[in-house]
Design a protein around this ligand. Structure first.
Ligand code: NAP
Length: 362
């Protein structure tokens, strides 16, 4: 029998937390040993503490009791944080100080210049920042973050084009699902039959995070980003309508082949949450659509369609990804798998196939 690495989930009762718990049930490398949430939930059996039960056909089963989110109460070398951003910062720091590897979904620390903001397929080499982080902050643990859910979709769609042609300007308009707002999220009377052209702080996150991710090793990319966001009455799946200009004129054929032929930097590492196809290019005129495409690759594939010239030398396209999976729990699991693969010491006595390549470059 192989030993798995003990892991914990903070904020385990929320929408993202439940997705973590579901995905960890049969994870080949990680074993869920503790779940944490707020005082409201502490001491209750996990199933009883859930405020919202998703309609996912795979029910969440977990017989753990909710612990307080403190390193005294939760002891695991890897801690996933699905905490509300209002509390995630200091709690994550306390775990890192106590020696844990904190893999966080929350907005806190994403833009710190010693914290990796990772999409493994795109910028795995940003993991190098951990060494600087430990030196600067004097802790033995670490904090690694994944991007805002819309940014994850946008950056995966743009990475092949940026690598091939060099981005100069990006304009993006998003149509974001209600599950992106957590639970209870947007009031039903505000969103049913409606579109809300505002999500607090989201446009700034897209602008700043995408420049950090697509730039070289935490230096912001030298391209402009203009973002407009909307909340739409879709359950899961953020859509991004993107227009981009590059260092030179790019044709539809060139852009399509760059997207189709793109190979992820971590494709050969055997990471369990890595989809076979991180980016799927669709030829149909009316795809991608949330209802039809959001679960592709178990929610980890970003679907891209309507790739076409804009008439001024640039390219337009539409990208779609699952906000709770590629934009949150699945992304963080993939980040943790990359960390274990690149830092074998993190696996401890667990039997994890280690990678030869330490910092795969994007
Ligand atoms: P959510 O449904 O509102 O869940 C929030 C979680 O945080 C719950 O488990 C809650 O526990 C816990 N919590 C709140 N206050 C706490 C406190 N003082 N101490 C300890 N735990 C506390 O939110 P979510 O949508 O799952 O999002 C979780 C995080 O991921 C947020 O930072 C969010 O910005 C980020 N994120 C979300 C998405 C998405 O698509 N939803 C995508 C990317 C990133 P109780 O149940 O006990 O209150």
């Amino acid at each position: 029998m192989t030993t798995r690495i003990p892991v914990a989930v903070l904020g385990a009762t929320g929408l993202v937390g439940q997705e973590f718990v579901r995905r960890l049930e049969e994870h080949p490398w990680f074993e869920l040993v503790a779940v944490g949430a707020s005082e409201r939930s502490t001491g209750r059996p996990y199933g009883d503490a859930l405020r919202h039960r998703s309609c996912d056909p795979r029910p969440v089963t977990c017989d753990l009791t909710i612990s307080p989110c403190t390193p005294d109460a939760i002891d695991a070398p890897i801690v996933f944080s699905a905490l509300d951003g209002a509390v995630a910062g200091p709690i994550g720091e306390a775990f890192a100080r106590a020696g844990a590897f904190v893999v966080s979904n929350a907005r806190n620390h994403r833009l710190d210049d010693d914290v990796p903001l990772l999409i493994p397929e795109v910028n795995a080499d940003h993991l190098e920042l951990i060494e600087r982080q430990r030196a600067v902050r004097g802790w033995s643990g670490a904090i690694v973050t994944n991007p805002n859910c819309a940014t994850a979709v946008i950056c995966l769609a743009l990475a092949p084009l940026h690598q091939a042609f060099g981005l100069r300007e990006v304009w993006v308009t998003t149509l974001q699902a209600v599950s992106g707002a957590g639970y209870p999220g947007v009031p039903s009377l505000d969103i049913l039959g409606n579109v809300v052209p505002w999500i607090d702080g989201e446009e700034e996150k897209i602008v700043r995070e995408s420049r950090k991710i697509l730039g070289g090793r935490a230096h912001p990319g030298e391209f402009g980003v203009s973002a407009q966001v909307t909340r739409v009455p879709v359950e899961h799946g953020h859509t991004a309508c993107i227009a981009a200009r590059f260092a030179r004129r790019v044709t539809t054929v060139e852009a399509t082949s760059a997207l189709r032929e793109w190979r992820s930097a971590v494709a050969d590492l055997g990471l369990p949450s890595a989809p076979t196809t991180p980016l799927r290019v669709r030829a149909e005129q009316d795809r991608p659509q949330p209802r039809r495409d959001v679960d592709r690759g178990d929610g980890m594939t970003v679907s891209v369609g309507r790739v076409r010239e804009d008439g001024n030398g640039g390219i337009r396209l539409v990208a779609l990804g699952h906000n709770l999976v590629r934009g949150a729990a699945g992304a963080a699991l993939l980040n943790a798998e990359l960390c274990v693969s690149a830092l074998p010491a993190l696996a401890g006595p667990a039997k994890i196939p280690a990678s030869e390549e330490r910092w795969p470059s994007g």
